[in-house]
Design a protein around this ligand. Structure first.
Ligand SMILES: [Zn+2]
Length: 427
């Protein structure tokens, strides 16, 4: 039933009509598979006939949110235990992590999906790619990059979550051409390498994960501009989730992230779950195609972005996804203005005097009280000046409080956390 995955990026340059023809066929197959093999969807879709299903009708099918996924986790698994090849966890809504199982076919799909993304970044078999993310801890991202690199025939350097000193040594020794990592981490690594006088000249591309590098108008954020200058390398953003395994990746034009149309369909919905037109901000919903282990239909990712449907200069067809501007759950309303913490983080990250930072939110929905906590490394900047800089990008006044470096680090890098936490919701 599965399409034979081939690494043929020419596919992305098909006409819109050709893409839709293939997509509708794959969507019908996917819906039938969900109905027949997934206990959750069997119940939801009953005996529904999808043989004549149209792409436009997708918006009429029910959405699946993280609560559904969390509370009925086992019912989403659509393969026998013997056919499970890999298991990862995602954060659930019930306090317990959610299981996502991948079949052997899903891992093949995962490799193809990521190889396609690397191709969009202009990576070829001649590249050496340093991975600064974890390969283990029941996390899928590192594995995905590794499998994609292997499929491309490029070289992987799996130095993982490691110290600046270790990465510096590896870069010096192995001269990677591409680095995959979190922008704020890569910024600090670059600054540390500059200080030690180690050459970074081999690195021509930075693949940015976990944090957005662009603002709503698609220009690079202040931290991304600095990152580009430090490394003298081109930045590419990529976004995916463990549940949907469908990667959105920027091409060299950098005006929205492309997806492989044969691997997923993206929609944007409003707070009531209604479909929104291109350009409008809402929650990203993905229907991954050709997944067998934990197949999903219209999965609400909780991330906020928008769709771009104007043609891309690179010639690839299909819609693109804008930058992830924040999490649905982290949307803040202050004096009638909507902001996402990421805008504040992005500004704080480039203030040299700010060592660490986090945000706390109190109050009631639609009238949030936001307080920014910063650990300063000297007194060359005042809290007032920081507040002004935040005001310049958010157009709202937020309270800024100083904390010690130790207190901030304890809070941000809490034990057992896979990544730093800078947003604390006390609402
Ligand atoms: Zn493009």
């Amino acid at each position: 039933m599965l399409k034979q995955f081939t690494n043929n990026s020419a596919d992305e340059f098909m006409t819109e009509a050709e893409i839709k023809l293939i997509q509708v066929k794959l969507l019908r197959q996917h819906l039938e598979y969900c109905r027949d093999a997934s206990p959750y969807y069997r119940q939801l879709l009953q005996e529904k006939d999808f043989s004549d299903f149209k792409l436009e009708a997708l918006a009429q099918l029910p959405l699946t949110d993280k609560h559904d996924f969390s509370s009925q986790n086992n019912d989403f698994i659509a393969v026998n235990e013997a056919d499970v090849a890999d298991i990862v966890f995602s954060s659930g809504t019930t306090g317990r992590p959610c299981k996502i199982v991948y079949s052997e076919d899903d891992l093949t799909r995962l490799a193809y999906n990521e190889a396609q993304a690397f191709t969009r970044f202009g990576v070829t078999c001649h590249d050496r790619i340093l991975l600064t993310c974890t390969m283990d801890r029941c996390f899928v991202a590192g594995l995905a990059y590794f499998l994609g690199i292997r499929q491309l025939g490029a070289t992987a350097i799996r130095n993982g979550l490691n110290s600046f000193a270790s990465h510096t040594r590896v870069i010096d020794e192995l001269s990677p051409t591409v680095i995959v990592g979190v922008p704020s981490f890569l910024r600090k690594l670059g600054l540390s390498m500059q200080q030690s006088g180690t050459s970074m000249a081999s690195v021509t591309r930075l693949v940015c994960i976990g944090e957005p590098i662009r603002q709503e108008n698609l220009t690079l954020s202040p931290v991304a501009v600095e990152l580009e200058t430090i490394w003298q390398a081109k930045l590419f953003s990529t976004y995916a989730s463990s549940e949907t395994i469908t990667t959105f990746a920027e091409c060299e034009v950098g005006q929205g992230a492309h997806l492989s149309y044969e691997l997923g369909i993206v929609e944007i919905v409003d707070e009531q779950g209604q479909l929104l037109p291109p350009g409008q901000l809402g929650e990203v919903v993905v229907t991954p195609l050709q997944m067998t282990g934990t197949p999903l239909i219209r999965f609400k990712t909780g991330d906020i972005s928008f769709i771009i449907d104007e043609p891309c200069e690179c010639g690839r067809q299909g819609v693109r996804l804008g930058p992830i501007l924040g999490r649905n759950s982290q949307m803040l309303k202050v004096n009638g203005t909507t902001i996402f913490p990421q805008v504040v983080f992005s500004e704080l990250a480039v203030i040299a005097e700010v060592d660490e930072y986090y945000i706390e939110v109190k109050g009631q929905h639609l009238a949030d009280q936001v307080e920014i906590f910063v650990a300063l490394n000297n007194d060359k900047i005042t809290l007032n000046e920081i507040s002004h800089r935040i005001n310049a990008v958010t157009r709202i006044s937020l309270k800024v409080t100083a904390v010690s470096r130790e207190a901030a680090i304890t809070k941000v890098f809490a034990a057992n956390s896979r990544k730093p936490t800078r947003f604390f919701d006390l609402r």
